[in-house]
Design a protein around this ligand. Structure first.
Ligand SMILES: Nc1nc2c(ncn2[C@@H]2O[C@H](COP(=O)(O)OP(=O)(O)OP(=O)(O)O)[C@@H](O)[C@H]2O)c(=O)[nH]1
Ligand SMILES: [Mg+2]
Length: 317
């Protein structure tokens, strides 16, 4: 993983460009047209662009905002041809993502900084935690994990074996244990061992009768008994493949427990990466990381500008 802004042939840029390939392909029909010579911008061009945005899940609201801004400039004759429209589209998309581009800061004086990971099942919480633990270790930070997903025995084992292989301590209990109690123990232990970062995994799915949000509220309450400022970040992991459904997930989790950041995974498998613009239109929550594949380096620090450049890159791969 790299937070380099450089383009060229860096792994960061290649990964982002490849990862966004499906969405770029779907956008290409409407957006690629803009690059075929310097044609006049007419209604058909604008309609193709609008359709391309909607097809990649930018959503009705954000598409409306983008199209209105562009149509205004076309009307004022500021955009004389399709190439100018393409450039204006880039600028518009970048400005939409600017508020979401905030680095995740770890305060080295706060020991531990607690990151609580939440999200529905299968979105990539545990995988992201593994990748991030490595990322923090590479920055010289000590990391501990809390196996707060006690729903499946395999979930506890997944984290434990990953921790053993990577020399990261994992606090866990048996399957079915109270996850708030696992997190409570982990926070006490992380404090006693003076760890820099504690990352808590949680279940995405529970037995029918237990309410996920109630459990998360309890986890937060228990943490705050040990450290009133914990958790320092509450991060929702979203699978980019679910499209518009991501919006209701953000709302539901944010209303219940208050989110401080988002991670958007599986962009590589999705042609719906436009969902990030819909998110930016509705919520003021930073996107800290994006997942563009299953390898360690495929979790990238999110930055709006290279994201848009990769999405609208002229060559297809
Ligand atoms: N292609 C791709 N796959 C990913 C990405 N992130 C995670 N995955 C895969 O998604 C699957 C589910 O990931 P997990 O990390 O187990 O998801 P989870 O949210 O912890 O799931 P539960 O524990 O069941 O709630 C795994 O096979 C991961 O390898 C990504 O960015 N790209
Ligand atoms: Mg998991």
């Amino acid at each position: 993983m790299s937070d380099s802004e450089e383009k060229g042939n860096t792994g960061f840029w290649r990964g982002l460009k490849t990862g966004l390939g499906k969405t770029r392909g779907r956008l290409a029909e409407g957006v690629g047209n803009l690059l075929l010579g310097e044609k006049v911008v007419n209604d058909a061009v604008m309609e193709d662009l609008e359709t391309a945005l909607l097809l990649t899940d930018v959503g009705v609201e954000a598409t409306g905002v983008i199209m209105e801004a562009l149509a205004g400039r076309v009307g004022r004759r500021e955009l004389n041809n399709t190439r100018a429209l393409h450039a204006a589209l880039k600028t518009e998309l970048k400005s939409m993502l600017a508020p979401l581009t905030v680095p995740l800061e770890i305060d080295r004086n706060q020991k531990p900084t607690v990151l609580l990971f939440v999200g529905v099942n299968g979105v990539g919480k545990t995988t992201t935690i593994g990748k991030l633990a490595k990322y923090f270790q590479q920055q010289g930070l000590s990391v501990m994990l809390a196996a707060g997903d006690t729903f499946r025995a395999a979930a506890v084992e997944q984290l434990q074996s990953w921790g053993a292989a990577n020399d990261v301590p994992v606090v866990a209990q048996h399957k079915g244990a109270d996850s708030a109690s696992v997190v409570f123990d982990a926070l006490n232990s992380a404090k006693a061992r003076n760890m820099d970062v504690l990352i808590a995994d949680t279940a995405g799915r529970l037995q029918a009768k237990t309410h996920l949000m109630d459990e998360l509220v309890k986890i937060k309450r228990v943490m705050s008994k040990i450290d009133a400022s914990a958790p320092h970040e509450t991060l929702l992991v979203l699978d980019a493949g679910v499209g518009q459904n991501a919006l209701s997930q953000v709302k539901e989790f944010h209303d219940a427990i208050g989110l401080t950041g988002l991670v958007l995974t599986k962009l590589d498998g999705s042609a719906k990466a436009g969902i990030i613009f819909a998110i930016s239109q509705k919520f003021d929550i930073p996107v800290y990381f994006v997942g563009v594949g299953e390898q360690l380096e495929d979790l990238q620090v999110f930055e709006g500008e290279p994201f848009v450049e990769a999405l609208l890159a002229e060559e297809l791969v």
